[in-house]
Design a protein around this ligand. Structure first.
Ligand SMILES: Nc1ncnc2c1ncn2[C@@H]1O[C@H](COP(=O)(O)OP(=O)(O)OP(=O)(O)O)[C@@H](O)[C@H]1O
Length: 299
């Protein structure tokens, strides 16, 4: 097997009495589009910051493209582009100046061709000479993405990149990040938008209380925990309940869970035979939000 893009072994981190990371083991392969999910405070940012060398873990090791983030910090950092969650900028620089400074930080001079390419891809070309303080929140967030890419890192970590970004920009951003992934970049993403994670990520880890509580391909997670559902409104709700349905408490809807669409037809036959009187129905496919809720509930 080729070297993983990221290797995390037994990483622990405490803040006083609070165990932010309780022994995390994780390998992410080169070229993966990986999702790191978890509720507020689960430890996602702490893990990402440890990877970027901003937070020093108490125990365990982290590697980026084979480089230890503590022992071989420079090489680990060179291979990693991090898009942080918080928007912090020096307001006096223009977008281009900021990206030049960031390039200089990695020892790269004459980087303007690549900077122009990134700016164009992020639809920021018209703002290259604008001061950071003159940009909207969504634009600033795109500058953060540009900043993470100036040194062409093979591994890109995005910490909630679409928070506060409008729908159109969000789609543009995803298109760009998908292209980076197609070009061979490894992408690690944290987000609270579960439908985004579901469509983008090939594999997902779910974190709770500083531990990984689920780790699998997105497809397997959806199959493992989520069921299909059929919701019906009935003239005689009691007949639906008697057949194993659960009242959802919303508008008289009754929900049935089943494993495949093949089970729908027999259920409808039973409802008719019981004289339930079908008024309305809707089918629900498994989705990551249900899986997430279920995983967090069980963990
Ligand atoms: N510098 C710090 N000092 C003290 N506690 C901290 C510090 N940084 C994080 N924590 C705590 O560690 C835990 C994990 O925080 P972290 O920011 O990693 O969570 P997260 O999963 O990124 O959450 P969110 O989804 O809200 O961004 C939280 O309980 C947080 O309060």
């Amino acid at each position: 097997m080729s070297m993983p893009a990221i290797r995390i072994c037994g990483v622990t981190k405490r803040y006083g009495v609070l165990q932010a990371l309780g022994g995390v083991d994780l390998e992410i392969g080169q070229g993966e589009f990986f999702g790191l999910l978890g509720p507020n405070g689960a430890g996602k940012t702490t893990l990402i910051s440890s990877l970027a060398g901003i937070v020093r873990p108490d125990g365990g090791t982290l590697e980026v493209m084979g480089h230890d983030v503590v022992g071989d910090y420079r090489n680990a950092r060179r291979n990693l582009g991090v898009v942080p969650q918080e928007l912090v900028f020096d307001p006096f620089f223009s977008v281009r100046e900021l990206l030049r400074i960031q390039s200089g930080y990695f020892g790269i001079r004459n980087n303007d061709d690549w900077i122009d390419e990134i700016l164009a891809s992020l639809d920021l070309a018209g703002k290259a000479e604008a001061n950071m303080r003159a940009l909207s929140g969504g634009m600033k967030r795109r500058v953060l993405v540009a900043q993470a890419l100036v040194h062409r890192p093979p591994v890109i970590v995005l910490d909630e990149p679409t928070a506060g970004v409008d729908v159109e920009l969000r789609q543009g951003l995803w298109q760009f990040i998908r292209k980076l992934n197609r070009d061979g970049h490894t992408i690690v993403l944290t987000t609270h938008y579960l439908e985004e994670a579901e469509t983008l990520c090939g594999r997902i880890a779910m974190l709770k209380g500083g531990r990984i509580v689920a780790l699998d391909t997105t497809g397997n997670l959806l199959r493992r925990f989520a069921t299909h559902s059929l919701q019906v409104r009935l003239q005689r709700p009691a007949a639906g309940i008697a057949l194993g349905g659960t009242a959802t408490g919303e508008g008289g809807w009754i929900e049935f869970a089943f494993d495949s669409y093949g089970d729908v037809e027999p259920l409808l036959v039973h409802l008719r035979e019981a004289g339930a009187g079908l008024i309305e129905m809707q089918l629900g496919a498994p989705d990551l939000e249900r899986v997430f809720v279920e995983v967090m509930h069980r963990a």
